[in-house]
Write a protein that binds this ligand. Structure first.
Ligand SMILES: Cc1cc2nc3c(=O)[nH]c(=O)nc-3n(C[C@H](O)[C@H](O)[C@H](O)COP(=O)(O)OP(=O)(O)OC[C@H]3O[C@@H](n4cnc5c(N)ncnc54)[C@H](O)[C@@H]3O)c2cc1C
Ligand SMILES: NC(=O)c1ccc[n+]([C@@H]2O[C@H](COP(=O)([O-])OP(=O)(O)OC[C@H]3O[C@@H](n4cnc5c(N)ncnc54)[C@H](OP(=O)(O)O)[C@@H]3O)[C@@H](O)[C@H]2O)c1
Length: 456
């Protein structure tokens, strides 16, 4: 029987399990699917951990989520077609849920459809090798044309290997920090950390915090620090400005020249005093468990190198990579990708020749290069998601409506970065209008599921 290994049970891995499970429910004979998840539960980044550094098994901690994180995009833009927010919560809820609420939604679909049955928890994939002397393969000594997947089972303490015909890599790409060095770091008398290790903004109350970066982590971690009482928040944005009207106590500066003691000097010759540095400088695509020739190498962009249809690994079509793009669209795009990957694996989709795939990738990368602003990037990822949906039997997703919602959301952010979450959006599936949350985000200190769902 054909065997498929899915690595990771975060949103992407769960999308892949849901895609196979749906085909099975519709009467298809599906391959044997085994999902390996190194954490003790599903949900990926949404499964919050207080740990940083190494986990209880000596593995690198995967989590980059922090306390008090609220969705930064409208939940209506990521809603599952086959499991709506109304299905899960039974009533309309706000558009910008805190982490625990989105986690509950993810777990809800997984449990309703029995996806846990496919998952081996506390099991980390240590290596994936393709057994082929000729076909771009590596040193593997298993059956020709199959993958040898080696796992560590952290419950039994055993290492073992087995063979698979296909591998789906769903390990995310927001866990391995991109951490620049600046002169003076060695002697800085305060804490220097990457956003990956940021857990609780309260730690920075009454402190002068330097935030490096100009993207989502920077704006959100900086906003958190301001909300939870930092004395000042200075954003260093080397390709700035971010274009927000920051509240009093926040300032934006250009790139860093050097740090001297507690003074940071910027490239425009100005300087400021700081107590701590949070580097919100993004992440690296990092797949050390894949044999070198099987590793995806791409920047954090919408059109990834090496991936036909943004999913199929062009050098070896038996490997799928999910969710490796930069993300406006998330959960529903992951579903669209997973349906496509499933159909490619099950032979329902005929993949073109390697040359045609390479041409498709080059054209797609060039097309992204022609986009000049964020609105264009939103449309680009919307059109991509729509094309994937149309290639399979995935239920329709109204990407025109979602693109428009993202643009409205961007307008709200520009109008007031601290208040954009105090808006409601409409579900593309049920038409439900989200109520405005009972407490403005800047005053909402309780991020529990109970408080979010309470009617006040
Ligand atoms: C701080 C932060 C906030 C975010 N907020 C939002 C938001 O508000 N809205 C939104 O839509 N998106 C948000 N995102 C984007 C996020 O990428 C997606 O929501 C989603 O989590 C991606 O799912 P994934 O399955 O690709 O990866 P992940 O969620 O990272 O899951 C990958 C899984 O693979 C497992 N794994 C890794 N390596 C191995 C291995 N070797 N063996 C076995 N298992 C392994 C991990 O343990 C993990 O469970 C945020 C990202 C970050 C970093
Ligand atoms: N509340 C939320 O929902 C929330 C919160 C945080 C993060 N997220 C998600 O997390 C994901 C990752 O976002 P991210 O902001 O961490 O990464 P990102 O979008 O890749 O941005 C990285 C930032 O770091 C800057 N940078 C990179 N190298 C640098 C260097 N050497 N010196 C100075 N600046 C440097 C980049 O600027 P250049 O343009 O100059 O390279 C960019 O502004 C996104 O999907 C986001 O939506 C969500």
């Amino acid at each position: 029987m054909t065997r498929v290994a899915v690595i990771g049970a975060g949103p992407c891995g769960l999308s892949q399990l849901q895609a196979f499970n749906t085909a099975k429910a519709n009467g298809a004979e599906i391959p044997e699917v085994v999902c390996y998840e190194k954490q003790s539960d599903l949900g990926g980044l949404w499964n919050y951990t207080w740990r940083t550094g190494l986990d209880e098994n000596g593995e690198a901690v995967h989590g980059s989520m922090y306390r008090y994180l609220w969705s930064n995009g409208p939940k209506e833009c990521l809603e599952f077609a086959d499991y709506t927010f109304d299905d899960h919560f039974g009533k309309p809820i706000g558009s910008f849920p805190p982490r625990a609420v989105l986690y509950d939604y993810i777990v809800g679909r997984a449990d309703k459809f029995g996806l846990r049955d496919y998952i081996q928890f506390n099991t980390s994939v240590q290596s994936v090798v393709y057994n082929s002397a000729t076909d771009g393969g590596s040193e593997g000594r298993g059956s020709e044309g199959r993958f040898t997947v080696t796992i560590d089972n952290h419950e039994s303490g055993e290492r073992s290997s087995s063979e698979f015909d296909h591998v789906v890599v769903a390990t995310g790409h927001f866990s391995t920090p991109n951490m620049p060095h600046y002169p003076g770091y060695d002697s800085f008398p305060g804490r220097i950390l990457h956003a990956h290790d940021f857990r609780d903004a309260v730690e920075f109350a009454d402190k002068n915090v330097l935030i490096i970066g100009g993207s989502y982590s920077a704006e959100d971690v900086g906003s958190q620090c301001w909300k939870y009482g930092a004395k000042s928040v200075t954003f260093s944005v080397r390709h700035g400005p971010m274009g927000f009207d920051w509240p009093e106590g926040c300032q934006e500066k250009p790139g860093i020249d050097r740090v001297e003691g507690k003074t940071v000097h910027f490239t425009d010759g100005t300087s400021t005093e700081i107590d701590a540095i949070v580097s919100c400088t993004g992440y690296k695509h990092h797949f050390p468990f894949m044999a070198p020739e099987l590793q995806l190498k791409t920047a954090n962009v919408l059109a990834c190198d090496m991936l036909y249809q943004g999913v199929v690994f062009q050098p070896n079509n038996k490997i799928m990579y999910l969710g490796m793009q930069d993300q406006w669209y998330t959960f529903n795009m992951f579903d669209a990708q997973a349906w496509y990957a499933r159909d490619a694996i099950m032979g329902r989709i005929d993949l073109p020749s390697p040359d045609e795939q390479a041409r498709w990738i080059a054209d797609f990368v060039a097309l992204e290069g022609e986009v000049t602003d964020d609105y264009g990037l939103i449309d680009f990822q919307g059109a991509y998601t729509k094309a994937l949906v149309e290639a399979t039997d995935h239920p329709n997703i109204d990407t025109d409506m979602i693109d428009a919602m993202f643009k409205t959301w961007k307008g709200h952010k520009k109008a007031d970065i601290m208040a954009y979450r105090d808006n409601g959006h409409q579900s593309p599936f049920t038409g439900t209008e989200a109520p405005i949350h009972h407490t403005p985000w800047v005053q909402a200190m309780d991020d529990s599921l109970e408080d979010f769902l309470a009617e006040k």
